[in-house]
Design a protein around this ligand. Structure first.
Ligand SMILES: NC(=O)C1=CN([C@@H]2O[C@H](COP(=O)(O)OP(=O)(O)OC[C@H]3O[C@@H](n4cnc5c(N)ncnc54)[C@H](OP(=O)(O)O)[C@@H]3O)[C@@H](O)[C@H]2O)C=CC1
Ligand SMILES: O=C1CO[C@H](CO)[C@@H](O)[C@@H]1O
Length: 323
């Protein structure tokens, strides 16, 4: 079945579907089926990561759909992310090979550096200090990691490479040394956290913004603990009523109209279907403005285990907001 999901073009001419399926917190026993459901209804982009510890099952879902002839490998767009304990340049290839084995793939369409901070290398994905609150840092610079990512493209193991959770200064440092420019910066993005300056910066450099937690990640508290649930916000609810759509559809459509790629997560078939049914209505200029007015610095993914790390991308901003 052909997919109705439009694609956007990276600076290098490759393209990515504007909507993909998130898989963080998609539990074992459910995620393979979620991936199969998503592919059946036209999703082609699946967003994965080693740290989600479910790539093995995601791979099962992908393999089943390819084997049954529902989709061809080259119609899919599979993204994964290099975890923080594998930033040392000589660890990057090994980390990718584990991901490829788990996903049962020969190549990835996109591989991202998940965070700019490196953690102490080893088998423990969160190597905690004795206080149990913060991780052991490693002093690898993400610039050196980027060089190793470029070599994966040269080796034909990944088609595109990019960043995730990098601030604009960090993106610029990568651009300053890059032979291959980052295709995307995957960042938290929704009406409570627009990241307006960072998205403008990325667009200026022809780096596509991928919006994660576009529904405000309702199952988790925000970093400030005091933000309301985005999908229950009266403005979002009013616009849902106006367009006879769900709150989730309004929020997903909003990211698309901002020109972002968007990756809502669900393991529920009905929601997987409805979250992709966002290409036959539009928000008008007034709707867009109302959603833009909801900004409140409502970050849900602060990676607070690594506060104090010299490469933490937004610790300063969070501390200022808490004062
Ligand atoms: N690069 C990074 O650092 C990060 C990347 N990500 C990526 O982005 C993806 C999405 O972000 P995530 O934080 O998961 O949060 P989302 O904003 O996508 O919200 C997901 C939650 O919303 C629920 N949900 C989904 N659709 C609907 C709907 N139509 N109505 C009501 N509830 C709904 C889901 O439950 P249910 O499954 O039961 O439907 C789940 O609890 C992640 O899964 C991951 O792939 C996320 C965080 C960080
Ligand atoms: O994508 C993400 C979700 O899980 C991770 C760790 O638990 C986060 O660090 C990350 O940003």
């Amino acid at each position: 079945m052909a997919s109705k999901i439009p694609r956007v073009v990276f600076k290098n001419g490759a393209s990515i579907p504007m909507l993909g399926l998130g898989t963080w917190n998609s539990p074992p026993g459910q995620v393979a089926q979620a991936v199969k459901n998503a592919i059946e209804v036209g999703y082609r982009y699946i967003d994965c990561a080693h740290i989600y510890e479910n790539e093995h099952e995601v791979g099962e879902g992908i393999a089943a759909k390819i084997t049954h002839g529902n989709v061809k490998r080259d119609e899919l767009f599979i993204t994964s992310k290099l975890w923080n304990t594998y930033h040392q340049p000589d660890k990057v290839l090994g980390a990718l090979l584990v991901t490829l084995r788990n996903l049962r793939l020969e190549y990835l369409d996109l591989y991202l550096i998940h965070w700019p901070m490196a953690y102490r290398e080893g088998d423990d994905l969160f190597p905690l200090r004795p206080d149990g609150k913060r991780v052991h840092f490693s002093d690898v610079d993400y610039i050196d990691t980027w060089g190793a990512m470029e070599r994966l493209v040269e080796a034909g193991l990944v088609r595109n490479i990019g960043l995730s959770n990098f601030n604009s200064r960090q993106v610029q440092r990568v651009l300053d040394v890059a032979i291959i420019s980052p295709a995307t910066n995957q960042i938290e993005c929704h009406p409570y956290l627009h990241q307006a300056e960072l998205t403008e910066f990325c667009h200026g450099k022809r780096i596509i913004v991928t919006a994660y937690s576009p529904l405000g990640s309702p199952a988790r508290p925000s970093a400030k603990q005091t933000d309301p649930i985005l999908m229950e916000d009266p403005v979002v609810q009013k616009l849902a009523l106006k367009h006879a759509k769900s709150a989730a559809q309004v929020l997903i459509r909003y990211q698309i109209q901002l020109g972002h790629v968007v990756i809502p997560k669900s393991v529920n078939r009905g929601r997987i279907v409805s979250n992709a049914d966002v290409f036959e209505f539009s928000l008008d200029a007034d709707d867009m403005q109302q959603l833009a007015g909801l900004e409140r610095g409502g970050r849900t993914c602060p990676e607070s285990f690594s506060f104090g790390h010299p490469h933490h991308p937004f610790e300063g901003e969070l501390r200022k907001a808490r004062r």
